[in-house]
Ligand binder design. Structure first.
Ligand SMILES: NC(=O)C1=CN([C@@H]2O[C@H](COP(=O)(O)OP(=O)(O)OC[C@H]3O[C@@H](n4cnc5c(N)ncnc54)[C@H](OP(=O)(O)O)[C@@H]3O)[C@@H](O)[C@H]2O)C=CC1
Ligand SMILES: CC(=O)N[C@@H](CCC(=O)OP(=O)(O)O)C(=O)O
Length: 344
């Protein structure tokens, strides 16, 4: 059995890791940390996990205990993985970080967007961006994996086929994205209150969201050139889900876009290209490690609209993290992840 440690086990992505790993045939969670719930049993805090993790209890983060694990997931706010990664890597443990700490290749750009100095720039050379549909080979040998953010996952998967083939005008790409409230984490905040976030919808961070440089980095890599990206996130009254509506200009009408998307993702277990004319719903991926995509060319014009949906906590975080673990350890990529979405 592969021994797993999770730093940040009381948050939404942490408990989602527990839910997914409870059914994983080759992995067992041995250490789960929380500074605020030390000693509390996982099954007492999360009744959905009763029957699993009978004796597992939260403990404060400790490098020695975590270093005895084969894989350590960080499901923590940014900065935490920076402070522990070097010491843990030295023990031989693999790190899969769900936070943004190692997603940007440029430490100075990270510092500008996250408002603090990068805490471990010396590790950036070995950090691998954990988007399997792009980086599968690099993930296989990685010891430090940076799992993409939720908006960046939905947006990149939706746009990659167009940019990799040089079909989309890279100077003007628009990502209009909607998120469920769990994307903001479990910490108390006024914006996440029922009275604030339900029966209402709003855009935020229009001037610049920290996922902008991450998405741009991925799209530029795919396009092989600079990309002009407008990214506008919205908070919507649902608990889980990301819906990305993506706009790009494709002047070349000789390529069948439906065929292109189907071919690009034909071998991908966790990307489902829907039939032409479809409108994917967030509820069709709820709880599943899946991105569902539909591509449209309204009225046969030059503007192409791609619709891309994921569950922010699964393909947008914990599911993708487990997928990366499976690849890195040479396990079946779908191990513990091959289940259908919850409907409704
Ligand atoms: N929510 C989402 O949809 C997504 C989140 N992410 C990223 O994943 C990470 C976790 O997100 P989420 O689960 O939503 O966050 P939450 O706020 O829900 O949980 C954070 C967890 O981290 C622990 N923690 C906080 N500060 C520290 C610290 N200094 N040292 C050790 N542990 C700490 C908390 O427990 P305690 O304080 O008890 O120790 C808690 O368990 C974040 O970086 C987030 O940006 C990525 C993709 C999607
Ligand atoms: C709805 C909401 O608040 N969403 C979060 C993004 C969640 C996420 O993926 O954040 P990381 O990049 O830090 O991992 C936000 O906009 O900050």
């Amino acid at each position: 059995m592969i021994k797993i440690g999770i730093v940040g086990g009381t948050g939404y992505t942490g408990v989602e890791l527990l839910r997914l790993l409870a059914r994983h045939p080759q992995a067992r969670v041995e250490v789960i940390t929380s500074r605020s719930e030390e000693g509390v049993r996982v099954a007492d805090m999360y009744p959905n996990l009763r029957g699993h993790y009978r004796d597992l209890a939260f403990s404060v983060p400790d490098v020695q205990a975590l270093g005895a694990c084969d894989v350590v997931f960080f499901a923590t706010p940014h900065g935490v993985a920076h402070s522990m990664a070097a010491e843990l890597l030295a023990t031989g443990t693999r790190i899969i970080d769900l936070s943004a700490d190692f997603r940007l290749q440029d430490a100075e750009e990270w510092a500008r967007w996250y408002g603090q100095p990068h805490g471990a720039p010396q590790l950036l050379d070995q950090a691998v961006y954990g988007l399997p549909e792009v980086n599968r080979e690099a993930i296989r040998n990685a010891r430090l994996i940076a799992v993409p953010g939720c908006y960046p996952t939905a947006t990149q998967l939706g746009l990659l086929p167009l940019l990799e083939q040089g079909l989309a005008d890279p100077s003007r790409i628009i990502a209009d994205c909607k998120s469920g409230v769990s994307g903001a984490g479990r910490g108390a905040s006024v914006g996440s209150l029922l009275c604030e976030a339900s029966e209402s919808m709003k855009a935020y961070a229009v001037a610049g969201h920290r996922h902008l440089p991450e998405i741009r980095q991925g799209l530029q890599r795919a396009a092989g050139q600079a990309v002009g990206l407008t990214f506008v996130p919205h908070l919507t009254p649902m608990i889980r889900g990301i819906h990305a509506t993506l706009y790009a200009t494709v002047a070349d009408h000789s390529v069948d876009l439906q065929t292109l998307f189907e071919a690009r993702y034909a071998d991908e277990p966790f990307v489902d290209v829907l039939p032409a004319g479809s409108h994917p719903e967030t509820r069709s991926v709820k709880g599943a490690n899946l991105c569902r995509i539909a591509v449209h060319r309204p009225q046969g014009g030059d503007l192409v609209v791609v619709l891309s949906v994921i569950d922010n906590l699964v393909k947008g975080a914990s599911g993708q993290a487990v997928q990366c673990m499976n690849i890195a350890l040479g396990l079946e990529e779908t191990a513990g992840l091959d289940f259908p979405a919850l409907m409704p």
